[in-house]
Write a protein that binds this ligand. Structure first.
Ligand code: 5AD
Ligand code: SF4
Length: 474
């Protein structure tokens, strides 16, 4: 999985929260999201389901009747953060015993009843496939019971639910195209918390993109744990399910969404190196509105480590995919995810990660040290034997390498002009706006009379390792 996004990139690491904006309704729901973009997208489905049951979202936790936390289990730190926050919410409950506190998402699925019975931190637990049941679960709590639904589904995609967009007046938004993951990377808890992979009806995806365009959105990101294995009406083995109906692959889906409007940018996340085919790259190259940015998580630059990680590809295979990107979409920026200190990682193996980073020249990376997760293949098969300080030192080395690579990449943009989609006013100065170019590079430039949602050609004048600055050109 590796669902990233520049503006909430910390959130994917379980670091940040998003609180829903105000919507109409008599009972008040305070909805907090942690973790990956999929959780943010799911929260919009949750808001939609509950809005039909008289709930409106609020930004003020003190006026909430129900607090729901949509959580992440990817690393231990992400879970610790949620526990701390739950303790704070429980203090509120002491003053207001009617308050319902619920936990959604991956932690709900992983810990099931434990949070309710052992830790006594919540009243309600709902896993990622149980959100349609939330109105019932909340009323069960109202009648004095503790409510749990952590059933995983093979079919649920929430295709018919129109998400309530929680960032009103937004320019960019997510569309979930599939759920779950069948990959079983040995370090990863996601297949256990989000269940089996299933793809969503393409018609409902295109409809959602059109609807977002009609509401003023200018960019959609198609989300899935492994978008390259999106498949509609065809099994993994290639058997057509209904001969009367259309077969849709990820490349074809992306093309359908790109055709909604040239004014609507299309991004996607996340690609998996073992499944990323040239036809996806060819569709990217064909449409100007498909952004020239690929997030292709490598995790490690050493083939033996990749084998232990059960990633399904070698260093050579990965580099071949990078060559394909550079050949077919030469102007694309590439980013990755890296884990340092995985079980048994030697210094040489770690050096292979550094050398691969250099060889690819990533524009961005999301870097983590390995955090053992209960029940994963790695936990059962390997010893978590790299001392924390070694994991952290290797992480620092990887981060230093990335800082150099990003600076080099950004330096190369100076003097170039890019079309930038404005997302808002810069956090540092209200005289400036920020947005991203097709390659997902954040660009800051003087505000003039521009507003969020405008496409502006910007000439880059200066850079740091994190951002570039420029001026609008006519
Ligand atoms: N420890 C550290 N990082 C992890 N990731 C997934 N599981 C773990 C883990 N147990 C990272 C991977 C993945 C990203 C979303 O999080 O790099 O691509
Ligand atoms: Fe991503 Fe692998 Fe985890 Fe699936 S198992 S979500 S592909 S890291």
């Amino acid at each position: 999985m590796d669902l990233e996004g520049k503006e909430i990139d910390e959130s994917k690491q379980g670091e940040a929260t998003m609180v829903a904006s105000n919507t109409e309704g008599s009972k008040k729901l305070y909805l907090e999201s942690y973790g990956c973009q999929m959780n943010f997208s799911d929260s919009e489905v949750v808001a939609s389901i509950l809005s039909k049951n008289g709930y409106s979202t609020t930004k003020d936790v003190d006026e909430a009747d129900v607090i729901l936390m949509n959580t992440c289990s990817i690393r231990e730190k992400a879970e610790d953060r949620v526990r701390n926050k739950l303790a704070q919410h429980n203090k509120r409950k002491k003053q207001n015993p009617e308050l319902v506190i619920g936990i959604l998402g991956c932690m709900a699925e992983r810990l099931k009843k434990d949070l309710l019975e052992q830790e006594k931190l919540v009243d309600l637990v709902a896993g990622p496939d149980a959100y349609r049941d939330l109105p019932n679960l909340i009323s069960e709590v109202g009648s004095g019971q503790k409510a749990v639904n952590v059933l995983l589904s093979r079919e649920e995609t929430y295709a018919d639910i129109a998400p309530v967009r929680l960032d009103k007046g937004g320019v960019t938004g997510f569309i979930s195209i599939m759920r779950g993951c069948d990959n079983m990377c040995s370090f990863c808890v996601v297949p256990f918390t989000r269940g089996r992979e299933r793809s969503r009806d393409p018609e409902s995806i295109v409809r959602e993109a059109q609807d977002m365009l009609d509401k003023g959105y200018k960019e959609v990101t198609l989300l899935g744990q492994n978008v390259d294995s999106y498949k509609w009406n065809i099994t993994k083995k290639g058997e057509i399910i209904d001969p009367e109906k259309e077969v849709v692959t990820f490349a074809q889906l992306m093309e359908k969404v790109a055709l909604v409007s040239p004014q609507l940018r299309v991004r996607f996340s996340t690609s998996h190196p073992k499944d990323m085919t040239d036809d996806v790259l060819e569709v990217m190259a064909k449409y100007k509105n498909i952004c020239k940015y690929i997030h292709l998580p490598v995790q490690s630059g050493n083939s033996d480590v990749l084998k232990r990680m059960n990633r399904g590809y070698s260093r050579e295979w990965y580099l071949n995919r990078i060559d394909a990107i550079k050949r077919i979409v030469p102007d694309a920026f590439i980013s990755t995810d890296i884990i340092t200190g995985f079980c048994g990682e030697t210094e040489e193996e770690h050096q292979d990660t550094l050398s691969l980073m250099k060889e690819v020249g990533y524009e961005f990376s999301y870097m983590f040290f390995y955090s053992e997760r209960p029940k994963t293949l790695a936990e059962r098969k390997f010893e978590d034997d790299i001392p924390l300080e070694v994991k952290k030192r290797r992480l620092t080395e990887v981060q230093s390498m990335q800082a150099v690579l990003a600076e080099t990449a950004n330096e190369k943009t100076v003097g170039n002009t890019y079309e930038v989609l404005i997302e808002g006013i810069s956090k540092r100065s209200d005289e400036h706006v920020y947005g991203r170019n097709s390659q997902n590079l954040t660009v800051i430039f003087p505000r003039e009379d521009f507003k969020a949602g405008d496409y502006v050609n910007v000439k880059i004048e200066s850079y740091t390792s994190a951002t570039v600055k420029g001026v609008a050109v006519k």
